[in-house]
Design a protein around this ligand. Structure first.
Ligand code: ZN
Length: 130
């Protein structure tokens, strides 16, 4: 062991862990948890009019109907679209920490005023060092 190689300051595993922590939709308390459950609407889009079983798509809804309620005709219109009922809002990713910040810097770099703002921030940083 040892040798001339400099010890690495960050292992790949460590960095991967940090990236995961910044981009994984976790934490955020009650708001984060509710968000991960798909907000008020939930992830499943359709709800069986007969037994209340939820289905993510009308196709899986039909499969459920065929296996559970095949005596009655399948009527897609009877399946309530829970997403539409809640305004189409489901998971918003409120607890994702990294993405929003990175995007802001990225967005700033795109515009001329944004680039100036970034320069200004850099200069303020330098001033604080002295
Ligand atoms: Zn059903």
């Amino acid at each position: 062991m040892g040798g001339k190689a400099k010890p690495t300051k960050h292992s790949a595993k460590e960095i991967a862990g940090k990236v995961a922590a910044a981009t994984t939709n976790k934490g955020g308390g009650k708001a984060g948890l509710a968000d991960r459950k798909g907000g008020a609407a939930g992830h499943a889009k359709f709800k069986c009019p007969s037994c209340g079983q939820q289905a993510p798509s009308i196709k899986s809804a039909e499969m459920h109907w065929d296996s559970k309620h095949s005596k009655l005709p399948f009527v897609p219109g009877d399946w309530s679209d829970t997403h539409a009922e809640h305004g189409g809002v489901t998971t918003a990713g409120v607890a994702v920490k990294g993405a929003a910040k990175q995007k802001t810097v990225h967005e700033l770099a795109k515009t001329k005023t944004g680039q100036e703002k970034l320069k200004q921030l850099e200069q303020e940083k330098l001033k604080q060092q002295f």
